[in-house]
Write a protein that binds this ligand. Structure first.
Ligand SMILES: Cc1ncc(COP(=O)(O)O)c(C=O)c1O
Length: 338
């Protein structure tokens, strides 16, 4: 194990020893290469730099109490990257190649997987870039798919806790028929200003409404939203949100725990009826919401300062599976280091 103060890491970037890369040239993927530099070299005319022809993914490896290192649902991240690739005209990375590269990069950097006790994890960042030199707006011919890893700190330093969110109407993250459902950098560039405003006003994150009617709940920052009432888990159905793998898993667990699951449009007024609400994603699993402010209408939707019982149960169940503490009935985890 590396000598790192695991418990005090942030969600930053710590260089590790290796990354893995694979090049797409002449219409096919080549051999997987192991690199020990974190620099890449490409033409100043590469399509990823000018036209945003790039995509990424985010998942984690967990050092478990049984000594094994597990990765969570990497086949789902592979499938989402394939969907993104189809969306912005890039070649697909097969699930087999994606999984082989994830396992390899984690094994190579296993000394950087934080201790279980620290609550920190190893963040895995796959990245697909169009690298052909051209100035016309059309898809690249050549690509590089690479994966790097970096240890990241525990999301909840003081324990699982709730945070306030704010509805922002002046900015959209994605259009109804745009790229919101894909994990491309442009969506995140579009969110920087609204996120900055939310932070300046003291909120954990911004909340987007649907960009067409400004009527329905969409996403909260870089996370999906869910509300809970009457033993029902409700989450938005929208053509502009990223299909979160955490949300998909929570929907399954909610059903397993005997809840009803509804995926449908959520009008803003319905926020007043939820008993619990949360943001979900790989970073925090669940980030419970204490309240959501709608400053334009002077409204506050309150869910309490402490995480509710369902949120806690869902969080404990999902993290229990990720750390190999609860039976993985759905086969979601892969042991990459025994
Ligand atoms: C915009 C956005 N929505 C939702 C999520 C949550 O997705 P996942 O649960 O797959 O991490 C993410 C990223 O992690 C995201 O960037």
């Amino acid at each position: 194990m590396k000598n790192i103060d695991w418990a005090n890491l942030t969600f930053g970037y710590v260089p590790t020893d290796y990354n893995v890369r694979c090049y797409y040239r002449n219409g096919k993927w080549g051999e997987v290469e192991v690199c020990s530099t974190d620099q890449i070299s490409m033409s100043i005319a590469a399509t990823c730099l000018h036209y945003g022809q790039e995509a990424f993914e985010g998942l984690k490896a967990y050092r478990c109490p049984d000594g094994k290192i597990r990765v969570f649902r990497m086949d789902e991240n592979a499938a989402r990257l394939q969907s993104t690739s189809r969306g912005i005209m890039m070649p697909e990375v097969s699930t087999a190649l994606f999984e082989e590269m994830v396992a390899k990069v984690v094994r190579l950097n296993q000394e950087y997987v934080p201790t279980y006790e620290s609550g920190a994890t190893l963040y895995i960042r796959p990245l697909l870039l169009g690298v052909s030199a051209q100035v016309g707006v059309h898809p690249s011919r050549d690509y590089v798919f690479l994966i790097f890893v970096t240890p990241v700190g525990p999301y909840f330093k003081g324990g699982f806790s709730s945070n306030p969110y704010v509805i922002i109407r002046d900015y959209d993250r994605a259009a109804p028929l745009g790229t919101g459902i894909y994990k491309v950098g442009g969506n995140y560039a579009a969110s920087l200003k609204a996120n900055h405003i939310a932070h300046e006003k003291g909120y954990a994150s911004e909340f987007y409404l649907d960009s067409k009617e400004k009527k329905y709940m969409d996403e909260c920052g870089a996370a999906n939203f869910f509300g809970i009432k009457n033993n029902t888990y409700v989450t938005p159905k929208s053509s502009s949100i990223l299909p979160s793998i955490t949300n998909k898993s929570l929907m399954q667990l909610a059903e397993d725990l005997g809840m009803t699951v509804e995926r449908r449009q959520i009008p803003e007024e319905e926020l007043a009826t939820f008993e619990e609400a949360g943001a979900c994603g790989t970073a925090a699993v669940i980030s419970p919401i204490s309240y959501i402010d709608d400053l334009d209408n002077g409204k506050r939707y309150n869910y309490g300062e402490k995480p509710g019982p369902w949120s806690k149960k869902l969080y404990d169940t999902l993290t229990g599976i990720q750390y190999g503490l609860i039976e993985d009935k759905h086969g979601w985890t892969t042991v990459v280091v025994e």
